[in-house]
Design a protein around this ligand. Structure first.
Ligand SMILES: *[C@@H]1O[C@H](CO)[C@@H](O)[C@H](O)[C@H]1NC(C)=O
Ligand SMILES: *[C@@H]1O[C@H](CO)[C@@H](O)[C@H](O)[C@H]1NC(C)=O
Ligand SMILES: *[C@@H]1O[C@H](CO)[C@@H](O)[C@H](O)[C@H]1NC(C)=O
Ligand SMILES: *[C@@H]1O[C@H](CO)[C@@H](O)[C@H](O)[C@H]1NC(C)=O
Ligand SMILES: *[C@@H]1O[C@H](CO)[C@@H](O)[C@H](O)[C@H]1NC(C)=O
Ligand SMILES: *[C@@H]1O[C@H](CO)[C@@H](O)[C@H](O)[C@H]1NC(C)=O
Ligand SMILES: *[C@@H]1O[C@H](CO)[C@@H](O)[C@H](O)[C@H]1NC(C)=O
Ligand SMILES: *[C@@H]1O[C@H](CO)[C@@H](O)[C@H](O)[C@H]1NC(C)=O
Ligand SMILES: *[C@@H]1O[C@H](CO)[C@@H](O)[C@H](O)[C@H]1NC(C)=O
Ligand SMILES: *[C@@H]1O[C@H](CO)[C@@H](O)[C@H](O)[C@H]1NC(C)=O
Ligand SMILES: *[C@@H]1O[C@H](CO)[C@@H](O)[C@H](O)[C@H]1NC(C)=O
Ligand SMILES: *[C@@H]1O[C@H](CO)[C@@H](O)[C@H](O)[C@H]1NC(C)=O
Length: 756
């Protein structure tokens, strides 16, 4: 019998229809209950994807289903979702294997009902949300491989039963929450033999690290930094031989780094800064040939650097600052470390000269050897370090500053140069051949403090068009403060205090472009982006990582500090142009005349110290409009009349006003019992003016009201530094730049805290 073509085609067609119907049902049709669960989830968040409307939820954005129409994937990271995780919705999606809702603004907690019903879950990523509460007693599924709950607001201890089902777990992160209790380091003893990543950092875990990690035979990354861990580094961590990263900074771990660490042959990152580790560095550390980042700053390590370290040819960063290490570093052969970009050996007991072998580490960008006992001179070979950007060699016994500067000025990439506290008693480099100056073209920070340098400010400084920070305090520099200083386009932080400068306050300084408010020139300089290779230290509060990690200086408070010199004449009215100034420190000079009313234009001022001068007249009542003022001192001048009444000025101690016999009123003990009628009226007027708004302050008022002023006192900065420093005896590097800056920052922070 012959099959008719027509029939054949018809059959084929029907078959095709049937088949495609079946497949489409299998692949596309989402179960009704799943759809309503998703819609219930969507109704609880503010911005569900726009195409979550059609019948078939398996084709919605972020959704995938299995053959049977069960939703298996819900992937909506960074979708701006705001709202609650509701157990009645997500918890019904019981076939979910992949849940990724990271980087949203989800609220609520991981309710046990919701969580445990997701018992097929393999990947769970809820990082970067606003979730809180404690963890449920257990992970939901033995299939779970990845759990990322980092950067939320979870708290409480991690229940010991949490990992009972975690036999397939490979990656677990709870960093950046507020978990407490013990780090569950026994996690691999009974479960989780496949763990590769464990991240407990930035929480409030405390206590010892219990043994157990040694059983994590696959562990590659272990992080628990920035907690409150104490005790020893557990010995069995050295049994986890696949470890590539150990990061436990910012804790209170003590004890030695065991020689057994050489068994961790894959180790690339050893990050233990700010702990209390002691003893010597393992002699065979150099056998760890994959080491890249070694950060052990702020511990109590002692002894010499193991020569084997110079075999770690992959080293990129070696930071061993603030320990008690010693030995002649010029004997070490750094020349094989041709990846080395950052070397920080600050504040140790190293001796010898600048290691010549360092000149062959061509990748070097940052060298800090500050605060050791090094001698000798800087050699011209340093110019072979073409990428060198950050050089800090202060507080050693180097000599020949002129030679050093002449060499370094050709260092094209140099951004920050700190040579303080060496070169004692030498002259400011000002050779004739430095006049046609074309060097230091990228220099942003120059710090040459506490060196008793003599001579005048050299003219070549006026060519440093990128200079932002100039610190020359604690020298014996003479002559006037040159007017060209006011032409440096990026300069915003000047400290010339404790020198022998004479002459008047240069009016030109009041035109510093970075300090003058120019509404139309909003971003003449890219003052936010530059990040230095190493953090600057702001002083002894190094346990506060906000200070420790700051390698950006553009946000430092703009300051002019000319205190402890011999500046004469008036405070020029032009200072009122420096509207972006945060600190004006002029104490212990020979300034006379009045306190210009116009100082009240400096609306950003936080520190104003005019003490120990010969200022006369009254305190302008307009100063009360300086609402950011945190430090104020006009003591030891010849000021007179009542202290203007304002919550601002009365919040300072009497010591800020003392030493002005004719000054009266709170906070001074002497009352203004025979008020000068004239002054009183003028003050009233001024106070009225203030009520109208801070912006039209009475600088146009009868300027003769403005009389006087004040003299000196101890430096605000100095005393703060010394008080705090003694609490950290080991931190002997007190007279550096960063201390000064730290004070300014602290001042600002305290000020912010104080404001209602
Ligand atoms: C979730 O399931 C429960 C019972 O299994 C049911 O009562 C509830 O309505 C479901 N929720 C949604 C949103 O479907
Ligand atoms: C929804 O959007 C996603 C991605 O934008 C797209 O792949 C999918 O086809 C859309 N679904 C529907 C039903 O329009
Ligand atoms: C979740 O999604 C984000 C963004 O796509 C991705 O970076 C992240 O790796 C995902 N999480 C997991 C555990 O795969
Ligand atoms: C680990 O996961 C696989 C599937 O991914 C599963 O077959 C196995 O049972 C799980 N192991 C345990 C111990 O549950
Ligand atoms: C820590 O979490 C907060 C939100 O809780 C987030 O803003 C911040 O960026 C996170 N920090 C890091 C280093 O991830
Ligand atoms: C850190 O732990 C110590 C005890 O080891 C405890 O005294 C201290 O209060 C803890 N600090 C914080 C911030 O939890
Ligand atoms: C480390 O492993 C060795 C050999 O595998 C074993 O003898 C030792 O007990 C382990 N150490 C610890 C602290 O578990
Ligand atoms: C370190 O490795 C050596 C052999 O390489 C082995 O004998 C020793 O047991 C290992 N130590 C630990 C703590 O695993
Ligand atoms: C450095 O490694 C070489 C071989 O790679 C070895 O001969 C030498 O002893 C090692 N140096 C030190 C100090 O360990
Ligand atoms: C480091 O040097 C100082 C002074 O030179 C000395 O008092 C101290 O004992 C030394 N420290 C060590 C660990 O050698
Ligand atoms: C200082 O250094 C320069 C440049 O290296 C050199 O020419 C000069 O001789 C040095 N002076 C002294 C006194 O060593
Ligand atoms: C600033 O800009 C405004 C409009 O953008 C303009 O009217 C004004 O003249 C400018 N001022 C200066 C000083 O350039």
């Amino acid at each position: 019998m012959q099959v008719q073509p027509y029939n054949l085609m018809a059959h084929a067609f029907i078959l095709f229809l049937l088949f495609s119907c079946i497949t489409s049902m299998n692949i596309h049709a989402c179960k009704h209950s799943e759809r309503s669960s998703l819609l219930s989830f969507a109704s609880a968040v503010s911005a569900p994807p726009s195409n979550w409307t059609s019948l078939d939820c398996c084709h919605w954005k972020g959704i995938a289903c299995n053959q049977d129409g069960w939703v298996t994937h819900l992937l909506l990271p960074s979708k701006g979702l705001k709202g609650g995780l509701s157990p009645s919705s997500l918890g019904n999606l019981t076939h979910l294997t992949h849940l990724n809702l990271s980087h949203n603004s989800l609220l609520g907690s991981l309710e046990t009902k919701l969580f445990l019903s997701l018992n097929r879950l393999e990947i769970l990523d809820l990082s970067y949300n606003l979730l809180s509460g404690e963890l449920p007693f257990s992970l939901p599924s033995s299939n779970i491989r990845t759990v990322d709950l980092s950067s939320n607001q979870f708290f409480g201890a991690i229940p010991s039963s949490f990992f009972q089902q975690a036999s397939n777990l490979t990656s677990f992160s709870v960093s950046n929450n507020t978990f407490t209790g013990y780090v569950p380091s026994s996690i691999c003893l009974h479960s989780s033999p496949f763990l590769r990543l464990l991240d407990f950092s930035s929480n409030q875990f405390n206590g010892n690290l219990a043994p157990g990690l040694g059983k994590c035979s696959e562990l590659q990354v272990f992080r628990a930094g920035h907690n409150n861990l104490s005790g020893l580094l557990p010995e069995d961590i050295y049994n986890a031989t696949k470890l590539e990263e150990i990061s436990l900074p910012l804790n209170s771990l003590h004890g030695e780094i065991s020689n057994k660490i050489v068994n961790l042959t894959n180790l690339a990152i050893l990050d233990l800064y700010i702990n209390q580790l002691s003893g010597k560095l393992p002699l065979n550390l150099g056998k760890l040939s994959k080491l890249k980042f070694v950060t052990l700053d702020f511990n109590n390590l002692e002894g010499a650097l193991p020569p084997s370290l110079m075999n770690c040819t992959n080293l990129v960063e070696l930071r061993l600052g603030s320990n008690n290490l010693e030995g002649d570093i010029s004997m070490l052969d750094f020349s094989r470390l041709n990846q080395l970009a950052k070397l920080d050996l600050r504040v140790n007991n190293f001796t010898g000269t600048f290691p010549v072998s360092l000149y062959s580490c061509r990748s070097l960008k940052a060298i800090r050897l500050t605060g050791n006992n090094l001698v000798g001179q800087i050699q011209a070979q340093i110019l072979s370090l073409k990428s060198l950007s950050f050089l800090s060699l202060g507080f050693n016994q180097f000599t020949n500053l002129t030679g050093a500067m002449k060499i370094l000025m050709s260092c094209k990439s140099l951004h920050a140069l700190m040579l303080s506290g060496s070169f004692k008693g030498e002259e400011m480099p000002a050779d004739d051949d430095m006049v046609d100056f074309d060097g230091f073209q990228n220099l942003r920070v120059l710090c040459l403090i506490e060196s008793r340098l003599t001579g005048q400010l050299p003219v070549w400084l006026s060519e440093l068009h990128n200079l932002e920070i100039l610190l020359l305090n604690g020298n014996e520099i003479t002559g006037p403060i040159p007017s060209w200083l006011g032409t440096l386009p990026r300069l915003f932080y000047i400290n010339l205090s404790e020198n022998r400068f004479s002459g008047e306050f240069p009016k030109q300084l009041c035109r510093l472009p970075r300090l003058v408010y120019e509404p139309n020139i909003t971003s003449q300089v890219d003052n936010t982006s530059y990040e230095y290779e190493l953090p600057f230290y702001f002083g002894p509060v190094v346990r506060n990582p906000n200070y420790y990690l700051s390698s950006k200086i553009s946000s430092y408070p703009a300051t002019i500090d000319l205190s402890n010199n011999n500046i004469v004449g008036d405070i020029p009215i032009e200072v009122s142009q420096l509207q972006l100034l945060h600190g004006l420190v002029l104490h212990a000079n020979n300034l006379s005349g009045i306190i210009p009313d116009q100082i009240s234009n400096l609306k950003n001022l936080e520190v104003l110290n005019l003490s120990m001068n010969h200022l006369s007249g009254i305190i302008p009542s307009s100063l009360a409009s300086l609402t950011f003022l945190k430090e104020f001192n006009v003591s030891y001048n010849n000021l007179q009349g009542p202290i203007p009444t304002s919550t601002q000025l009365q919040s300072f101690n009497a010591s800020a006003f003392e030493g002005n016999p004719k000054l009266c009123g709170a906070p001074l003990p002497n009352k203004c019992d025979r008020p000068n009628k004239c002054i009183d009226e003028d003050n009233k007027k001024n106070n009225k003016g203030m009520g109208n708004g801070l912006h039209q302050l009475p600088w146009f008022y009868i300027s003769s009201i403005v009389l006087g002023f004040i003299v000196g006192f101890w430096g605000v900065c100095g005393s703060l530094i010394i008080n705090k420093t003694w609490r950290y005896a080991y931190f002997r590097f007190i007279y550096n730049v960063q201390d000064r800056l730290y004070v300014m920052i602290t001042v600002r922070i305290n000020m912010i805290k104080r404001k209602p």
